[in-house]
Design a protein. Structure first.
Ligand SMILES: Nc1ncnc2c1ncn2[C@@H]1O[C@H](COP(=O)(O)OP(=O)(O)OP(=O)(O)O)[C@@H](O)[C@H]1O
Ligand SMILES: [Mg+2]
Lengths: 287, 249
């Protein structure tokens, strides 16, 4: 397998803030890679470096086999990006935004027509295509941004919190769509605060904290590492404590040995959120 | 090369769309200030005066044409680009696309050039009615387009460098406004001491004013100003290139 994204000792400093601190990351061709981490962990900064928008302070970065610093033009041909913040031109309509993207991605005029029609169909916005961006709802704008990033069928797609603000149906449809793109050969790099999203969608998940990658594995692998069974204990002063165990027997034995002062005890399978809390000491999504 | 031209057009295409949507109000508002200058200085203040041997109205109209070209080209390029960069963040999309930085710079300058040229030609047309002694010459249009392009590049450069709304308004007050009144639009540089005149040659509008006035009043072609304008164009272009590279921090 070839590394589609590869970083070696990547650092990005803003003054005294180390947004990325010695990041060593490798994303394989053809996988869906999820990036989790609390606010300010450095996820967006990492995507900005990988997509040539931000210059790294030090370290080596290659994307699609090309060096991001010395061969940005080649990298740009390989990638599609949906930024965390809306980046559409609000003086234009949805259709004009798509046409602009198709043009700067060098699609011929017949390809433009075809792809735009296809994607408008997919995002179910064909009826609103001629409305100005500001006349669309937040979720609709997000869909337009996603459609724009897909026009040129990039080999590598970056999605920075793509499903924020989307309704449940749309989110699930987007997951299906991401899987389909992936099946057709697109490598996907996404960040998310929704643990479920990482769990059901990603082949591998990396957890970033304070600019460093503190764990990378498959969702199952990560769970097994912290313990696949978790015991939640609600104490008298309304605090929840978590204990991790390799299997249910070990958890049961532990619960039997507990003194009676524990009010409520829950034994359950661990999930990625537990991994996250265990690894970062914070709850994802706590804004 | 064809790819480059295609990219320039793609960048320009977006701004052209916006212009098409708002062209009436954009052009109409761009004419207000020059027409006020024309009335206040051309008719009010300068009536009956002569400068450099010309009636003041004939003298001042080419200056106001140059001034219009300058301010509309500068703002036409800078304002939308600044919004794209700071508020819409849509400029990032261009930076992540395969479009080269040369195509971005030229494409973004073209909208300023077009808007500046339209407004300046409109003022020129008004001027022809008021002061029929002015010439109609193809050279005028060539120099006008060149001036507009250079000023638009200036606008692109400043939009690249300045990264806050506050900074932009400071720049307008501290640089653009003084240029409006100092670059020979309303008075002849020959009335100034040599030192002051020398200083004003370091402002791009001075050269454009000199060039357009000489053409319209049938004076000898000021090659020095032509060279000056070209040099400013090259400096702004290189500045844009450097600023764009440094913007990826
Ligand atoms: N342009 C900038 N100038 C200065 N500091 C910055 C800049 N961009 C990011 N940072 C800092 O870098 C750190 C990482 O920010 P980043 O946006 O990458 O976090 P994130 O993981 O994407 O967070 P979130 O989940 O909130 O989107 C933060 O401490 C932030 O303040
Ligand atoms: Mg982020």
């Amino acid at each position: 397998m070839i590394d589609c994204i590869y970083t070696e000792n990547l650092c990005k400093e803003y003054g005294s803030v180390k947004a990325i601190n010695n990041l060593n990351l490798s994303v394989r061709k053809g996988e869906i890679f999820g990036f989790l981490g609390p606010n300010g962990a450095g996820k967006t900064t990492t995507i900005r470096v990988l997509t040539t928008l931000t210059r790294p302070t030090s370290g080596r970065v290659s994307v699609g086999g090309y060096d991001v610093v010395t061969e940005p033009a080649k990298v740009k041909k390989e990638i599609g990006v949906v930024q965390q913040h809306l980046s559409l031109d609000r003086d234009l309509t949805a259709l004009e935004n798509m046409e602009f993207h198709a043009r700067i991605q060098h699609l011929s005029s017949s390809e433009r027509k075809k792809r735009i029609a296809e994607l408008l169909e997919y995002i179910e916005l064909a009826d609103c295509a001629n409305q100005l961006i500001d006349a669309l709802s937040g979720g609709m704008k997000k869909k337009v941004a996603i459609a724009c990033s897909l026009l040129h069928a990039p080999k590598l797609l970056f999605l920075d919190e793509p499903t924020v603000g989307l309704d449940a149906q749309t989110r699930r449809r987007l997951w299906d769509f991401v899987r389909r793109l992936n099946k057709d050969g697109t490598t996907i790099f996404l960040t998310t605060h929704y643990i479920e999203e990482a769990e059901v969608l990603c082949d591998r998940v990396g957890i970033m904290h304070h600019g460093q990658l503190i764990a990378v594995d498959t969702p199952t692998g990560l769970r097994e590492k912290v313990g696949s069974t978790v015991v939640e204990i609600l104490t008298d002063n309304k605090e929840t404590h978590y204990q991790f165990f390799a299997n249910r027997e070990a958890a049961n034995d532990y619960v039997k040995g507990l003194s009676s002062e524990a009010k409520t005890v829950i034994i359950r399978e661990s999930n990625l959120e537990d991994v996250f809390i265990e690894q970062t000491g914070e709850k994802v999504g706590d804004q | 090369m064809m790819g480059m031209l295609g990219d320039i057009y793609s960048v320009f295409w977006l701004d052209l769309r916006v212009l098409r949507r708002h062209w009436m109000s954009l052009i109409a508002t761009s004419l207000v200030l020059p027409l006020l200058y024309l009335v206040a200085f051309g008719y009010g203040l300068g009536r009956g005066m002569a400068v450099d041997g010309f009636p003041y109205l004939s003298f001042v109209i080419p200056g106001i044409v140059a001034l219009t070209a300058f301010s509309i080209s500068f703002n036409g390029a800078a304002s939308k680009l600044q919004v794209d960069k700071m508020y819409y963040k849509s400029f990032d999309e261009l930076l992540m696309s395969p479009v080269s930085s040369y195509a971005i710079i030229i494409g973004k300058a073209l909208i300023g050039m077009v808007r500046g040229a339209i407004s300046a030609v409109a003022i020129y047309a008004v001027g022809l009615i008021l002061a029929p002694s002015m010439l109609i010459s193809p050279l005028f249009f060539l120099i006008l387009l060149l001036s507009c392009f250079v000023f638009a590049l200036f606008g692109v450069l400043i939009a690249f460098i300045v990264s806050s709304h506050h900074g932009m308004s400071n720049f307008s007050t501290l640089v653009i406004l003084p240029m409006t009144f100092l670059c020979g639009t309303f008075f002849s540089l020959n009335q100034l001491p040599a030192v002051a005149k020398g200083v004003l040659y370091f402002l791009p509008l001075t050269h454009s004013t000199e060039l357009l006035r000489s053409i319209l009043l049938d004076l000898p072609f000021p090659w020095l100003s032509f060279a000056g304008l070209l040099i400013f164009g090259v400096v702004f272009f290189i500045g844009c290139k450097v600023a764009l590279r440094r913007s990826s921090v």
